[in-house]
Ligand binder design. Structure first.
Ligand SMILES: [Zn+2]
Length: 440
């Protein structure tokens, strides 16, 4: 048993002073509010549960800062992303992803949902282990000390009725049946810290008749099912033209909308789409820093929330990896769209960023500081230039702190980030990403 005394800690949605937590193995065995430090190790500052990053494409991290020149759109950005996708193999993907996940850990993220579609060799064919790329991601998360939900993604088409094009051949399993057969070979990696789930890339990339195969694979394993939904108006237009239905309708008819579903982005929805997602009690993963970076638009988050959808957050393209920025981005986007403040409380936003997020990835006992929950602790410095003078409050966490203020991180009872670790991590990220672009 190990004991820590938190100067302040977020317990039950409230910031309490003087909180002793005892940890046995990987879980909290005792939580006492209003206590003295005694012999416990002291965590100065404000300690929160671990954050969940529910939508990641790890390799996109290597695009940061390199895709900001000139004009363009989501579609021109995608061309640059594809150039990078052609360069990675299982070894280089492991080297990059372990550092990207370490960057996530450094800002307080303890579970990642990796939306993984880079399956096969760039030169064509299959790796000896057809899951070599997915296995590299699982190993990378383990190396960084965080949990992973590997959301293995079915990707079969360049667009509705169009075969995969160029680098998209790396993503393609031929059919949803081929996808399921390959992913069956990944299930043995599942553990307390690894969830193997499924994903439909989008209604663009998975033909309508193939969607039920992916949905039933996840249903049979009670696994999460994630899907990019209506991120772009062009996706809706293509879907309406081909099927006479919105992407949400197509997913619903394919059995892909349920409480296990997370719809990622959900930016351009009709009123009926919002009702359908809410009635299904599906989760919706907003990715505010990516959506603003790509010029996607602002999704109807508060209407989805009112309709019954469960909101979660993700850093997606990793233009930014900072759960604090995603939490406040959700509320600040809402303010820009509605010209009113305070739709979401800071406590709501932290809940979406922690327990709600972990749950959508299949980790149901994570994201709260209470007896029985897994022992994740993120300690925020309250004396940084950003947080100083803001008071120890849940509003400080959401509206003042940044990832740079995270001093120490524990995941499942193990300390994975210590003060000062970020300097060395930055150097290694720099080396690894430069080497990737310099290769060939
Ligand atoms: Zn994405």
């Amino acid at each position: 048993m190990t004991a820590y005394w938190c100067e302040y800690a977020l317990v039950g949605g409230i910031v309490e002073r003087g909180v002793t937590v005892e940890i046995s193995g990987t879980s909290f065995s005792r939580v006492v509010v209003g206590s003295e430090p005694g012999t416990a190790e002291v965590l100065p500052g404000l300690t929160t549960p671990g954050f969940a990053n529910c939508h990641s494409h790890a390799f996109h991290r290597a695009l940061r800062g390199r895709t900001q020149v000139g004009r363009g759109s989501f579609w021109t950005w995608r061309e640059q992303m594809y150039a990078l996708a052609a360069r990675l193999d299982p070894d280089s993907y492991f080297r990059l992803a372990r550092l990207v996940y370490a960057e996530m850990a450094a800002v307080g993220i303890t579970s990642v949902g990796e939306f993984h579609y880079l399956h096969h060799p760039a030169a064509g064919g299959r790796y000896d282990d057809p899951n070599a790329m997915g296995s590299a991601l699982v190993a990378a998360a383990r190396d960084a000390g965080i949990r992973i939900a590997l959301l293995d993604t079915c990707y079969l088409a360049a667009g509705i009725g169009r075969p995969p094009d160029g680098v998209q051949a790396r993503f393609d399993d031929g059919s949803a049946g081929g996808w399921a057969e390959r992913v069956d070979g990944l299930v043995h990696l599942a553990s307390d810290t690894v969830v193997v789930g499924g994903a439909v890339h989008s209604v663009r990339a998975v033909p309508r008749e193939q969607i039920p195969v992916v949905a039933s694979w996840t249903e049979g394993r009670a696994a999460p099912l994630h899907v990019h939904l209506s991120e772009q108006v062009a996706e809706n237009d293509e879907c309406l033209a081909a099927y006479g239905r919105t992407p949400t309708q197509v997913l619903s008819e394919g059995g892909a909308l349920s409480p296990r579903t997370t719809a990622v982005h959900a930016t351009h929805l009709t009123d009926d789409d919002i009702s359908m997602i809410g009635a299904a009690q599906a989760a919706v993963c907003l990715c505010p820093t990516t959506e603003r970076d790509l010029g996607d638009g602002i999704g109807p988050a508060s209407r989805l929330d009112s309709a019954g959808a469960r909101l979660t957050l993700g850093s997606d393209s990793h233009a930014v990896i900072d759960p604090f920025e995603e939490m406040r981005g959700l509320e600040l986007d809402e303010r820009l769209a509605s010209q009113a403040r305070g739709r979401f409380t800071a406590a709501d936003l932290v809940r979406h960023g922690t327990a709600g997020g972990h749950r959508s990835l299949g980790f149901t006992d994570v994201g709260v500081i209470e007896v029985g929950a897994r022992a994740d602790l993120v300690t925020i410095d309250l004396a940084s230039v950003r947080t100083a003078g803001t008071g120890a409050s849940v509003e400080t966490v959401v509206f003042a702190a940044s990832g740079a203020d995270v001093a120490q991180v524990m995941c499942e009872g193990a300390v994975i980030v210590r003060p000062g670790d970020a300097f060395e991590l930055g150097r290694r990220l720099d080396e690894t990403i430069n080497a990737l672009w310099d290769s060939r």
